[in-house]
Design a protein around this ligand. Structure first.
Ligand code: ADX
Length: 200
C-alpha cells in the first residue's frame, strides 16, 4: 500500500492572472499530437516564431528533447508513454502558471491520455491534431526510424507496432499533405490569438 504523504500546499500571493496581466496576454497550452514525421515540430517552430514576433511569451516542450532528459528513464511501452505524458502535462501546467504559452509536441497516441491532459489543464488546453497518413510519414522518414521499425530494430513504434488513436474532435485540425506550412500556421494563429488576447 502507498504511504500516506502529508503535504500541505502553500498559497502564494502572485497568481497566474497577475503574471498574465504583466505579460499582456493569457497563458495556454498548445498541444500538438500526431505521428512521428507528421510535421508537429516544424509547425510548432513556426507558430512559436509568429507568437514571439507579437510579443507573446512561449516555451516549447518537444518529444525528442524531453526524452533525452526529464523522461530518459522511459521507453515506448504503453505505461511508459502514459508516465511520459503525465510528467509533461504537469510541467506544461507549471509553465502555464508562469503565465506563458506552452507549446508541446508529442505523439501522444492514446485518446485517454489526451483526455487526461484536457482535464488537468482545463481551458488552457488546445489540442492540435497534425494529420498525415502513415504511408506519407513513412515515406518522409526524416529520422530513418520507420525503416528501423520495419526491420525490427525498434519495438513499439507508433503506427507500425504500437497504435495511434487519431483525435476525433481536436480543437484545431491541420493536414500536412493537403495544406502548406503557411496555411497550417495561419489556421492555428487564427484560433489561438483571440484566445490569448481575450479579456477575462
Ligand atoms: S509519446 O508517445 O510518448 O508521446 P514522444 O513524442 O515523447 O512519444 O517521442 C516520440 C519521438 O521519439 C519520435 O518523434 C521519435 O523520434 C522517437 N522514437 C523513438 N522510438 C520510438 C517509438 N518506439 N515510437 C515512437 N517514437 C519513437
Amino acid at each position: 500500500m502507498k504511504e500516506k504523504l502529508h503535504i500541505v500546499e502553500h498559497s502564494y500571493k502572485l497568481k497566474r492572472v497577475d503574471r498574465e496581466a504583466a505579460n499582456g496576454h493569457k497563458a495556454a497550452c498548445l498541444w500538438f499530437t500526431g505521428l512521428s514525421g507528421s510535421g508537429k515540430s516544424t509547425i510548432a517552430n513556426c507558430v512559436e516564431q509568429e507568437l514571439f514576433e507579437r510579443g507573446i511569451k512561449t516555451f516549447i516542450l518537444d518529444g525528442d528533447n524531453i526524452r533525452k532528459g526529464l523522461s530518459k528513464d522511459l521507453s515506448f511501452t504503453e505505461p511508459d508513454r502514459v508516465e511520459n505524458l503525465r510528467r509533461i502535462g504537469e510541467v506544461s501546467k507549471l509553465i502555464c502558471d508562469a503565465g506563458l504559452v506552452t507549446i508541446a509536441t508529442f505523439i501522444s497516441p492514446y485518446q485517454r491520455d489526451r483526455q487526461w491532459l484536457r482535464d488537468l489543464l482545463g481551458d488552457l488546453f488546445i489540442e492540435i491534431f497534425v494529420d498525415a497518413p502513415l504511408a506519407i510519414c513513412e515515406q518522409r522518414d526524416v529520422k530513418g526510424l520507420y525503416q528501423k521499425a520495419r526491420n525490427g530494430e525498434i519495438s513499439n513504434f507508433t503506427g507500425i507496432s504500437s497504435p495511434f488513436e487519431a483525435p476525433t474532435s481536436p480543437d484545431i485540425y491541420v493536414n500536412t499533405v493537403n495544406q502548406t506550412l503557411e496555411q497550417s500556421v495561419k489556421s492555428i494563429l487564427e484560433y489561438v490569438l483571440p484566445k490569448l488576447r481575450a479579456e477575462s
